[in-house]
Design a protein around this ligand. Structure first.
Ligand SMILES: *[C@@H]1O[C@H](CO)[C@@H](O)[C@H](O)[C@H]1NC(C)=O
Ligand SMILES: *[C@@H]1O[C@H](CO)[C@@H](O)[C@H](O)[C@H]1NC(C)=O
Ligand SMILES: *[C@@H]1O[C@H](CO)[C@@H](O)[C@H](O)[C@H]1NC(C)=O
Length: 578
């Protein structure tokens, strides 16, 4: 698939009655979407002669850097993999060398150069080969050493430029390998965002101006929110406060069995409990008060690498020291904000982090702790899952897929979908509506265990997945059912819709749905009966499952429990053929 290529054209149909679990929209199968040919964007370094040049990262190196068992080719038999080249790989603080494997059948000259965007923070990279010469004829490895200078804590954009000249032609092929190198110290005192940013060489004048502006904005926002307090108080018991749940409900949640009981009818929970009033305005003080009981001391948290970064938010890999036994450490995700975050953004992070609070299920990842000490940037801690964000993970799989189709199997992907459906089924039974289910709001670990998490900071970290449609609300338009989009009605059936889109994300390894549709046109497009097309390589049965999640009438969509059953059957059928 061309990088950024549009999805295959949408397909049109009116929706029939709700299908039984074994027979998903059978007529759909007749209308399956047009499959597009899938042609890799490829150009060779030269057509004259056949140098048979290969440049790649070995399986061992990919495992070390990305965590997948696969080789990643940048050039395979003279064909350049532009998608791999354009992928901006993150290099954690503790990784200080990169290894590239290469060889060429015939004479190929190269020149190697580096560019570092912040020479103060990182010394010029060193290699153990000369910067100019011939590509070795036998398989060789060269190493690039990256050393943080230690003068500054930041991340550095680094480009390794490899110019290749095939001697039979005069043309030069320029390859740019981009890397994001983290240079953060692993010392808790120095890594606190407040101290680390102090070192930034922003001119004092700019700093003052920004602080002054922020102060004014905060003051205005504060005045605003003061006005809304009374309003909010009267509404705070309206039922959607599940996330900020009271201790009494937490205990009952504990007692509920989370395994689906096949004997009970699947409709035993009210799927169509409709919620309006999506955005509740809470002040920062109120948001902090609601998480006081899970607050811990900042000193117990050590920040390591930045895993994801937006304009004001950040997710770190952090370490939490045990309260009683300081030798015991637990890895955590730490969501926090940068200096320029507004009070409203911080409040939103704290509030949204509480969406799954107090829920216990193996496929949910609720908030663990917070640090809300005065004068420090607030932090939200969640248990660590070592392969990180599911959407980013899928995109990495896509990257290595061309060379290693077996890196992630269809069965693995279906297994992930089942886990998400299990977690959602539990939420539906608890009458919690997620409202923002998507691959970006799930995390994964090395055993391919998937957990659904809240959407705190997602708007900032995945800005392309959210849109404002005229109002001031930034919503995941491409994941929303028609009734949520148009009438702001949220229900489990709306979550089922989003699950269908998430399943599509899984099968496309992290593509953006409806990528060529203007977000403003989405509602009209859905009303007209258009949906996302069947992904290439997605079996008909699986696409039928997705398609049923997108029935216009919420009542016609399957329930999560049915989805679990149906996907489990499909999963074992896949297993039978392997
Ligand atoms: C070199 O580049 C020219 C145009 O820039 C192109 O027409 C030609 O085919 C190239 N030669 C090789 C061997 O790649
Ligand atoms: C590679 O080639 C480009 C264009 O000819 C040139 O600007 C650049 O300096 C070269 N890089 C190296 C490392 O020689
Ligand atoms: C460079 O270093 C790597 C690993 O440290 C080693 O495997 C490789 O053989 C070295 N290459 C050269 C040309 O010395």
């Amino acid at each position: 698939m061309l990088p950024g290529a549009p999805d295959p054209p949408g397909w049109r149909r009116r929706w029939g009655r709700q299908p039984g679990p074994g027979l998903w929209c059978p007529s759909l199968l007749l209308l399956l979407a047009v499959l597009l040919g899938c042609i890799e964007a490829q150009t060779g370094p030269g057509s004259g002669g056949e140098p048979e040049l290969n440049v790649y990262m070995s399986e061992e190196e990919v495992r070390r850097l990305i965590g997948l068992d696969a080789e990643l080719y940048y050039i395979r038999n003279d064909i350049i993999n532009h998608r791999a080249l354009s992928f901006n790989l993150i290099i954690p603080t503790e990784t200080s060398s990169l290894h590239f494997s290469w060889h060429s059948k015939s004479k190929v000259e190269y020149k190697l150069g580096f560019h570092v965007d912040n020479p103060l923070a990182m010394d010029m990279p060193q290699t153990n080969i000369s910067l100019q010469g011939d590509v070795p004829r036998s398989l060789s490895v060269f190493r690039v050493d990256l050393f943080c200078s230690g003068k500054m804590e930041t991340e550095i954009m680094l480009v390794m430029q490899l110019n290749i000249t095939i001697s039979s032609a005069k043309n030069i092929t320029v390859l740019n390998f981009k890397r994001r190198k983290m240079c953060y110290r692993i010392d808790p005192v120095n890594v606190a965002p407040t101290t680390s940013t102090r070192v930034f060489y922003i001119s004092v004048g700019v700093c003052c101006a920004v602080i002054f502006l922020v102060a004014i904005i905060l003051a205005v926002l504060h005045l605003h929110s003061m006005k809304r307090v009374e309003l909010d108080d009267s509404m705070s018991d309206s039922g959607s406060s599940q996330g900020l749940s009271q201790p009494s409900t937490q205990t009952t949640q504990y007692l509920r069995a989370d395994t689906p009981n096949n004997a009970t009818p699947v409709t035993s929970y009210p799927t169509l409990r409709i919620e309006k009033n999506d955005l509740k305005s809470v002040t920062l003080q109120e948001a902090k008060a609601k998480v006081k009981d899970i607050a811990i001391s900042r000193e117990r948290v050590t920040l390591k690498d930045v895993l994801q970064e937006g304009t004001f938010g950040r997710i770190f890999h952090g370490i939490l020291v045990d309260e009683k036994d300081p030798s015991k450490e637990k890895p955590m995700f730490v969501k926090t904000v940068k200096d320029q975050a507004s009070e409203a953004q911080i409040t939103m992070m704290l509030t949204e982090s509480c969406k799954l609070r107090g829920l216990h299920h193996r496929n949910l990842l609720p908030i663990g702790h917070v640090c809300i000490e005065d004068g420090e940037k607030p932090m939200v801690l969640l248990p660590f899952m070592n392969w990180g964000n599911l959407k980013l993970f899928l995109r990495q799989c896509k990257l290595v897929e061309a060379n290693n189709p077996q890196a992630i199997s269809q069965q693995d992907l279906v297994h992930m979908a089942i886990q998400i459906a299990c977690g959602m089924s539990y939420l539906a039974r608890r009458e919690v509506i997620h409202k923002d289910l998507a691959a970006r709001n799930c995390v994964i670990d090395e055993s391919l265990q998937v957990k659904i998490t809240d959407n705190a900071l997602s708007r900032d970290l995945f800005p392309m997945d959210y849109h404002c449609l005229g109002d001031n609300e930034n919503r995941p338009v491409r994941w929303m059912s028609l009734e949520s989009l148009v009438n702001k009605e949220f229900s489990s059936a709306g979550d089922v819709w989003a699950f269908g889109v998430t399943l599509w994300e899984l099968m496309t390894l992290g593509q953006t749905p409806y990528v060529d549709i203007d977000p403003f046109e989405m509602a009209a497009y859905l009303k007209d009966g258009y949906r996302i097309a069947q992904p290439i390589n997605c079996p008909d049965e699986l696409f039928a499952v997705m398609a049923c999640c997108w029935a216009l009438d919420p009542e016609e969509r399957p329930k999560f429990q049915q989805l679990v059953q149906c996907l489990t059957e499909f999963h074992s059928a896949l297993g039978a053929y392997v």
